[in-house]
Design a protein around this ligand. Sequence first.
Ligand code: ADP
Ligand code: MG
Length: 696
Amino acid sequence: MMNVPDYFGSLVFDDRAMKEHLSKDVYKSLKKTVDQGQQLDIGVANAVAAAMRDWAVEKGATHFTHWFQPLTGITAEKHDGFIAPDGSGVIMDFSGKELIKGEPDASSFPSGGLRATFEARGYTAWDPTSYAFIKDKTLCIPTAFCSYSGEALDKKTPLLRSMEAVSRESVRILKLMGISEVKRVVPCVGPEQEYFLIDKEVFEKRPDLVFTGRTLFGAAAPKGQELDDHYFGSIKPRVAEFMAELNEELWKHGVLAKTEHNEVAPAQHELAPIYTTANIATDHNQLTMELMKKIAPKHGMVCLLAEKPFAGVNGSGKHNNWSLSTDTGMNLLSPSENPADNEVFLLFLAAVIKAVDKYQDLLRLSVATAGNDHRLGANEAPPAIVSMFVGDELEEVLKSIESSKHYSGSARKEMALGVTTLPKFLRDNTDRNRTSPFAFTGNKFEFRMVGSSDSIACANIMINSAVASVLKEFADKLETAGDFDKSYHDIIKKTIKDHRRIIFNGNGYDESWVKEAEKRGLSNLRTTADAMPRLLDKKNADMLKAMGVFSDAELASRCEIILDNYCKTVSIEAHTMLYMVRKDILPAVEKYMRRLAGCMAEKKGLGIKLSTKSEEAVLKKLSKLADSIMDSADALESVSVKNAGMSDVLKRSADIRDKVIPAMESLREAVDGAELITAKECWPYPDYGDLLYSVK
Ligand code: ADP
Ligand code: MG
């Protein structure tokens, strides 16, 4: 058994490996590229490629791939062997050109019209800020994916652009505040990943799980999460073995997997890594999801990453913990006793408040998927309304700033005039409001709306961009201000006043909040079909273009691709429902009805007076339900056929929301009703109880 520190990062061409395998000069040039975003010279690239190849081959790799994140799906890779002919034999070859740039035939990846069909190829470009690693005997090179005309076809490119924007504007602000030694500000992210584990054999008996990753039918189990006995409960041996293998793999890949525990729902778990830069956190989260899916079957289980695999129990999300950190080691969202630091903290806090309010629609749409629509607003998940939690203590501080009053907080200290003094926040003083979509948790914000299967890239692109744009507004004002202190105070005061509506410290799960939010004028974009088109609103498009994150063409293509994906996902679910109903469910109900009818007939034929009350009652109910299953299935088929014929994606997605999903819900209601009164041995699938308690 090796110790963790010995094998941690052993499959990563990280700083340590670079130092070991590169000459001093090459290492220095590469570092410059990484730290200062400078262009990589081809000579350096050749040297890096050769060193990377030797390192990878030594570790058993035979292939390399440009590992990238297309706009749908998890991650994409196309493997190329290192081998090249050499005389009568072969050598292992890998050039700088191959390292920097790949040209996959990418015609099957969605481009939303960005790539003409005659020009199927896009190209991938190495992102040297994220280390290469080995997976399945393949050297994986994290890359960006673009069209030939340079438009981003992936999630990494805009993420890197948004990180640039937030760094640029933060550095400007800090300079204005006299902190000129900061050269770079990096958004840091720690994503907590929720997931379900269920038994593989049970999984395979459910076509809905196999085809769509979530259950489309299923009456509630007698026991759900009522007792809260799963949360933080002891971990079952099989799950523990899975977690141990997952941790080992993640550690080898340099992922700082740290915390693991059982979640609220039966069969639900969570894994949290230690935070790192937004870019690497995103790559690591992609890798984590991939490894979870791959390792579970080795332990006879399947990992479900769907946001709402089971109706009526907790869904799975990803809590995106976000903060801004300087290259000098300062967390800009961390309040402290030092009044000078608090000036910075309050300005950045104000920027986040304004960004979240002004671009609440962008935050909502950054997490919009068909799957997440089922989760938001349901059990144990924030609603589709974006709001911000700051906690009681910070709320008091904001109030005192707004009304220019003294603040005397729980520190019970008389505060000096002005906003620059702030009591020290004890970390555990920031009461945890689990119901808030965007909560301040001491020294970071936790965005809880991200779906469990989604990449965290989109959410962070929007948070970074929105905050960068507000910081730019602030910096523009401060730069030209005659009286800096007055201007600084005015900005903070006005921001709190103008954007106070976004702050909500109450229970976000409560019905009354929906009404209250409406009164406050906050948007409630319940579905992807409602949210996604907002991407193209002038206010949003202007901001994203001004921050250099997206072009018009990229925005249009993204909106189209995500809506198209929404339509296709729901459409596959609708077809799966029809398949299950016609192939298995109706025949099963008929079989049970025949049994009941047979029993009644037999009793009657016996010549003694026997009651057939129970058979008759169930038969009547079931017969009615069978009719309504058939009617609902026919109705679903008809709306689905009509929907499939629609060519305009905006109209089609609205029709999915208004016609197809309600038809699916009606069908489910009838089927779940029938399941409840049909004999278990006649029902064709494992039920919710079997699924949720399948891992013993
Ligand atoms: P929980 O929210 O479950 O109570 P923690 O608050 O300890 O747990 O941390 C959750 C996640 O937040 C972890 O991934 C952790 O690394 C991350 N995190 C902690 N501090 C920061 C920070 N300053 N910036 C970004 N993420 C952070
Ligand atoms: Mg958390």
